[in-house]
Design a protein around this ligand. Structure first.
Ligand SMILES: [Zn+2]
Ligand SMILES: [Zn+2]
Length: 422
């Protein structure tokens, strides 16, 4: 089965960081960092709906101008997310051009930007071409647990990291992955078509089995339309597998706290993109530049239990020597820890015992948890779980004493029992 999303590091391991995440079944893409985007053709730029910016160093943000150039007068809207100071940076970029004619363009291209702070409060603003890109404030938002974007099919979560300045790391989490058996559809007398998108949305939203799905397709006999119950399609033609997780982390200092935060953000990722800027032999230089060495990146990837790791943001000083960086990362990722390596703790934070004075979500045993049931008295529809006032996103795990708690749907902690040391 081909994956629903395809991830492309646009400028390879040495060029400016740009990660293009393409949704294969929809004309849509997400972009993580926007360094030089000259290699992206306009049709791919126009597919980007959301742009996540780790920080505003030039190699991560300079490509915004080209995006704007391509989208102006064509794209309907682009949402952007960035660290503290991001709205001002964006406003200044826009103020660098003359906009006396843009209000005449037929498409009112809109930039909708969100700037988060470490407490996950978010300042928001809108910049429309129709208004000459003047800043229009939007209501403040709160991104509980660092979740910047939450859609039926996936969420994007951020973590605050230290790069001498605040820098965001990102995780893309698909909620469920729906595979369609084409041959079984054929056995049901149905054919594939754009209706599959509607079907996948219905599955992602967990609609009831009796939900009717309009199955439409064209063939040489003309147009066909049938109504089939979601439950029947689910049972006969679909395979539902857990979603993919992908993390993108760049421009961070090699500190224990960063390592812990990244390991938590990228825990059990299927694919981790992580910077590996210098060799461990140049660790002092890496520290001065606030970047990771390949060995540090490898240790973090191991702590996160990432299944596949793609290192990038290699320093140009290693041109022709990238094998050394990759080999160093792999050694650190697969070897047992040694005393010389950076201290990387378990990726789950120890939160201690619940304090009755602070906000805590309900904790229930795994056997009692039923995602379908509505349990009276529980917080419902919260996109986060609280432990002593701190919000954790859905899917995140914490340790409370020797117990492991996982934040489940509806904002309930589910007690998972003992877990092997990380
Ligand atoms: Zn950089
Ligand atoms: Zn930087």
């Amino acid at each position: 089965m081909r994956p629903v999303i395809a991830a492309e590091l646009v400028n390879g391991a040495f060029g400016d960081p740009v990660l293009y995440l393409d949704f294969r079944d929809a004309k849509r893409a997400l972009l993580f960092d926007v360094g030089d985007v000259g290699a992206l053709p306009p049709r791919k730029i126009l597919r980007v709906t959301d742009l996540f910016v780790s920080h505003a160093h030039m190699d991560h943000f300079a490509g915004f101008d080209r995006m704007l150039r391509v989208c102006l007068g064509r794209g309907p809207r682009l949402r952007l997310y960035g660290p503290p100071g991001f709205l001002e940076r964006l406003e200044h970029k826009l103020a660098a051009y003359t906009w006396n004619l843009v209000h005449r363009y037929p498409a009112d291209f809109t930039l909708q930007a969100l700037e988060v702070d470490p407490g996950w409060s978010a300042r928001a603003a809108r910049f429309r071409s129709g208004a000459g890109f003047a800043r229009e404030p939007l209501p403040e938002a709160h991104c509980a647990g660092g979740v910047l974007l939450d859609e039926p099919a996936f969420r994007v979560r951020a973590a605050f990291l230290d790069h001498g300045i605040p820098c965001l790391g990102f995780a893309f989490e698909e909620k469920a992955h729906v595979n369609v058996w084409k041959n079984r559809l054929a056995e049901m007398g149905l054919a594939v078509g754009p209706w599959l998108r509607e079907l996948k949305c219905a599955v992602a939203e967990d609609r009831p089995d009796d939900t009717p799905i309009r199955v439409r397709w064209h063939d040489r006999d003309g147009a066909h339309e049938r109504r089939v119950a979601l439950g029947e399609l689910r049972l006969r033609a679909l395979q539902i597998v857990p979603g993919q997780k992908l993390a993108f982390v760049t421009d961070v200092r090699g500190t224990a706290e960063n390592a812990e935060r990244i390991a938590r953000l990228a825990a059990d990722a299927d694919l981790l993109f992580i910077e590996a800027v210098f060799l461990a032999a140049d660790a002092a230089h890496a520290e001065r530049k606030h970047h990771l060495t390949a060995a540090q990146a490898g240790c973090i990837a191991r702590a996160a239990r990432a299944r596949n790791v793609v290192p990038f943001h290699f320093s140009p000083r290693y041109l022709g020597r990238e094998d050394e960086l990759r080999a160093e990362l792999e050694r650190a990722r697969t070897d047992k820890p040694t005393h010389r390596e950076m201290p990387v703790k378990d990726s789950m934070p120890q939160v201690g015992a619940p304090d009755p004075e602070l906000k805590n979500s309900s904790i229930i045993d795994e056997v009692e948890y039923d995602a379908e049931a509505v349990t009276p008295g529980l917080e419902t529809e919260t996109p986060a779980c609280y432990f002593n006032g701190e919000a954790f996103a859905l899917g995140e795990c914490v340790r409370s004493g020797s117990e492991v708690l996982q934040c489940a749907e509806r904002g309930v902690w589910v007690r998972k029992g003992e877990r092997r040391p990380g």
